[in-house]
Structures are given as structure tokens and as C-alpha cells.
Design a protein around this ligand. Structure first.
Ligand SMILES: [Zn+2]
Ligand SMILES: [Zn+2]
Length: 245
């Protein structure tokens, strides 16, 4: 198994997972040439790309979807997300098996039709992916408990957002229960998951209302003497590649 976050944030989200039986992309907010270039840079060939799981229909998650479909990549997502996109894909049901992994959608609190995160299980290894959520509900925590690899939203620093340039209604949307997750909220949730988590990626950072070092420091402080690995993700380049299993 190899995993890489090819891009993250409002400029385009895409996470690539090689299960050994083929490639699964989670979200496709990057256009084809960019997606392919970043995949190659990270050591993946998109010839093996079979499925794309779409977490929700916002443009930063689906911008490159059409070109993938033209290339025969099958779309997977919640029934609401598929309907919102007008796409005939594979409805994601709990335990759905793809490329040797089992997939469990996680209902998220976000302003889209039926947004989901993911828990993936592959050869006993568990991966949790939760970005684009306004609140970490108890059911989200329950679903990602036990995951060794976590991709977690750290969207904004509360102080930067409040004093920043965004108009008030947009600030309220981001802060609200259906918006995006603050560094502090992510840090508290991650603290409760640190007994299991070995690798954590911080994702979907705002370029206006956050800095990579603020996100890292906030989470690292909450994790205390945790001995795992904390990695950033980037709007314009791939993250590190982690492998295992
Ligand atoms: Zn969104
Ligand atoms: Zn997003």
C-alpha cells in the first residue's frame, strides 16, 4: 500500500492510494495534466487508476472528474453526491470492496448534498480521511477510531479567520457547523485518536486564514508526547508518500 496527497485545499483536492491491485483516487479537484504530473512526481502511474471516490460535489473536489470518466475511471460516492453531480456511479455502501480494500463512508457535517469522509481497511491496516467538515461529531470520531493513518482537516486558525479579509457571511459559513474545521478542533479530535494513529496528514489548509506552521504547532501541542509522524499537505505539490501493509 502506498498513499500520497497530491493536492489539498480550495485550489484542488486529490489523494492517491495504491492498494497493490490498482489505484484509487479520493477526490479529483485537479485537472488531468496536473494530476498526472503530480502522480508521476510521487512515483505513481495513472495507467493503474481504476476508481475515484468523490467525497462531495464542491468544485475543489470534482474539477477534474469529467476527464477521468472519459478515461474509463469509475466514480464512487454517496447516493446524494452522485445525484448532485448527475453521475451514474457506484453508490458507496458500508463495507464496499474495491481493489482489495473495504470502504466505509463517514457522514460529515458540511454544506453539500450528502458529504462523506472515508474509513478504508486494507490487510488489517486502517486509513481515515476526513476533510470538509464543520464539526467533529461523535460518530466521526467513532468511525476513525483505530485508524493508523489519518488525513484530517486543519482549515483555519480561528484568530486569523476572524481578523482576516473574508466578508462576514463567509466567515460565518466557515465557522458554522456545516463549514470547515479549525486547527484547535482538529487538534482536540486528533488527541483522542493518538493511541492508534501512527501517521497524520494535515489537510485542506486555508491559504488566507492559516499557516502551515500554525496548523502543525497547534496539533503537535495537543498530541503531547505522541510518537507518530505529522505531515503537511500542499495546494501545489504532493505530500510525502507513506507506505505500509
Ligand atoms: Zn466542500
Ligand atoms: Zn473542499
Amino acid at each position: 500500500m502506498r498513499l500520497c496527497v497530491l493536492g489539498s485545499g480550495s485550489s484542488g483536492n486529490a489523494l492517491l492510494l495504491d492498494t497493490g491491485e490498482g489505484l484509487l483516487l479520493v477526490d479529483c479537484g485537479l485537472l488531468w495534466r496536473d494530476l498526472r504530473a503530480r502522480a508521476e512526481r510521487a512515483g505513481f502511474s495513472l495507467r493503474e487508476l481504476r476508481f475515484v471516490y468523490v467525497t462531495h460535489e464542491h468544485a475543489d473536489h470534482v474539477r477534474g472528474l469529467e476527464s477521468l470518466m472519459r478515461r474509463g475511471v469509475r466514480v464512487v460516492g454517496s447516493p446524494g453526491t452522485l445525484a448532485a453531480l448527475g453521475v451514474k456511479g457506484i453508490p458507496a455502501t458500508p463495507g464496499l470492496e474495491l481493489l482489495g480494500l473495504r470502504l466505509f463512508p463517514i457522514p460529515l457535517s458540511h454544506d453539500a448534498r450528502q458529504p462523506t469522509g472515508l474509513r478504508l481497511e486494507l490487510n488489517g491496516q486502517r486509513i481515515g480521511i476526513v476533510t470538509d467538515l464543520g464539526r467533529v461529531t461523535p460518530s466521526v470520531t467513532e468511525m476513525v477510531k483505530g485508524c493508523e493513518i489519518l488525513v484530517f482537516e486543519t482549515n483555519h486558525d480561528l484568530g486569523m479567520l476572524l481578523s482576516g479579509p473574508y466578508p462576514w457571511p463567509l466567515k460565518m459559513r466557515i465557522l458554522g457547523p456545516f463549514g470547515h474545521l479549525a486547527n484547535d478542533e482538529a487538534a482536540q479530535a486528533l488527541k483522542s485518536l493518538r493511541d492508534w494513529a501512527k501517521t497524520v496528514f494535515l489537510a485542506h489548509l486555508s491559504q488566507e486564514n492559516n499557516t502551515p506552521s500554525l496548523a502543525l504547532e497547534t496539533v503537535a501541542r495537543a498530541m503531547g508526547s505522541w510518537e507518530g509522524h505529522l505531515f503537511l499537505t500542499y495546494p501545489d505539490r504532493p505530500s510525502v508518500v507513506v507506505s505500509g501493509g
